[in-house]
Design a protein around this ligand. Structure first.
Ligand code: TRH
Length: 387
């Protein structure tokens, strides 16, 4: 038996898309930068990781980025000494050999199961609960991200709001950003909307509504799942980054997948944003701009419960008519219905929605962030062991 090494191990298995690594990388980077914690981040698919962190070397088994040691999580995992804290991100199931090595430490590492984000009420009841290993002398604790007191909070870097405000004030920085994407400056009367979504039967109705509306709209679509359907709507077959299509009042620009920090800038710069999954959803809330969320589809429509729970919090301070409109638009988008008929009202409501989005972002900033809650939680566990 030996004492665990001081570093923290975070494990991330990429199930699909970018949310697993998006959430995990963001937390790892913040723990290293703001708490000087030596973090070792294990990732099974470096190619997917590289999409949001282009400087990553996919062939390196070990590399350092922004103070985080990144290790390729190979199977089987080579013999590895566990850190003092082990975070199993998004229920990714640690390798058996690593769990045995954890049980061999004295004291064993603090073991955290970092779960998916949900606004549902049950989250508060599960947050922080211990779960003993059935055979080994190990204890795992649930850590639940969330919006309300009694949950783990949301990952929010200390620099985020200052950087956002500075960028939103600085027209030169915005011009540089647009130019870097091959776009001209945003014209006062045009709407710029970013669209990050899964494939959806609602897309055609949205595009038709944008094309036929009174408003000139630039739709900015990072390369990904929605692009082939959008190309088909414009009658195009080839869809790559840099392509532009135009029909009626709508112009769509296909963007490359951006680095995570540039994606934040895109959210800050657009009039409003379509987002999905978990991490882009939270970042769009922090952007302080109106948003339409597409929840990650789950069995038995469990994602619709998540949607309802979030709307219950998000709409609480809106006038009833506007709240009903947001509910109708978000629900239709998630049920893959045609949102065409709701679109003109949505566009008209944008001034109210913008003020509300800003106020919501301010409310979120009044709460403790996930990294600080996590560090506190772990310190408390360590203290309770000392006696
Ligand atoms: O990609 P997502 O759909 O991710 C997921 C996964 O499906 C995951 O398995 C599931 O568990 C989770 O959703 C709920 O959406 P998400 O969560 O928004 O993650 C996208 C990440 O990609 C986020 O960190 C932002 C980043 N991103 C960029 O860095 N550049 C870009 O251009 C875009 C569009 C996104």
């Amino acid at each position: 038996m030996q004492p665990a090494s001081v570093h923290w191990d975070i494990f991330c298995r990429i199930v699909d898309n970018y949310g697993d690594i998006g959430v995990t990388w963001r937390l790892a980077r913040q723990l290293a930068a703001e708490y000087a914690i030596p973090v070792r981040l294990w990732v099974d698919d470096l190619h997917a990781f590289r999409q949001i962190r282009p400087e990553l070397d996919c062939n390196a088994t070990t590399q350092f980025l922004q103070g985080v040691e990144i290790r390729h999580w190979a199977t089987p995992l080579p013999p590895t000494e566990p850190g003092s804290v082990v975070i199993e991100a998004l229920a990714c199931d640690l390798p058996d050999s690593f769990i045995l090595a954890m049980a061999d430490e004295s004291p064993p590492p603090i073991w955290i199961n970092l779960e998916y984000l949900s606004a549902e009420k049950w989250v508060q009841g599960v947050h922080g609960l211990p779960s003993p290993h059935p055979r080994l002398p190990l204890m795992k604790h649930f850590f639940m991200p969330g919006y309300t007191p009694g949950t783990g909070g949301l990952t929010r870097e200390t620099w985020l709001y200052d950087a956002r405000d500075e960028f939103q004030r600085d027209l030169t920085a915005q011009s540089r950003f647009w130019a870097g994407l091959g776009l001209t400056n945003k014209e006062e009367r045009h709407f710029r909307i970013s669209l990050f979504s899964y494939e959806s039967a609602s897309l055609a109705g949205l595009l038709t509504a944008c094309g036929e509306g009174n408003q000139v709209i630039d739709l900015l679509v990072p390369m990904g799942k929605a692009v082939p359907q959008i190309a088909a709507w414009f009658g195009a077959v080839d869809a790559r980054a840099g392509t532009t299509w135009q029909r009626g009042k709508l112009t769509a620009h296909v963007l490359p997948m951006l680095s995570q920090d540039d994606y934040d800038r895109l959210l800050w710069a657009c009039d409003f944003n379509f987002v999905r999954g978990e991490d882009s959803f939270v970042r769009a809330q922090f952007a302080g701009r109106p948003l339409i969320w597409q929840a990650y589809r789950q069995e038995e429509n469990a994602h619709l419960d998540k949607l309802t729970a979030f709307l219950g919090l998000y709409l609480a301070d809106l006038p009833p008519d506007t709240a009903a409109l947001v509910r109708a638009v978000w629900q239709s988008w998630n049920r893959e219905e045609d949102i065409h008929a709701l679109w003109p009202d949505w566009i008209d409501a944008l001034p109210t929605l913008s003020a509300h989005a800003r106020a919501w972002a301010t409310q979120l900033a009044e709460k403790n962030d996930l990294a600080s809650n996590l560090v506190k939680f772990i310190n408390k566990l360590l203290k309770s062991r000392a006696f």
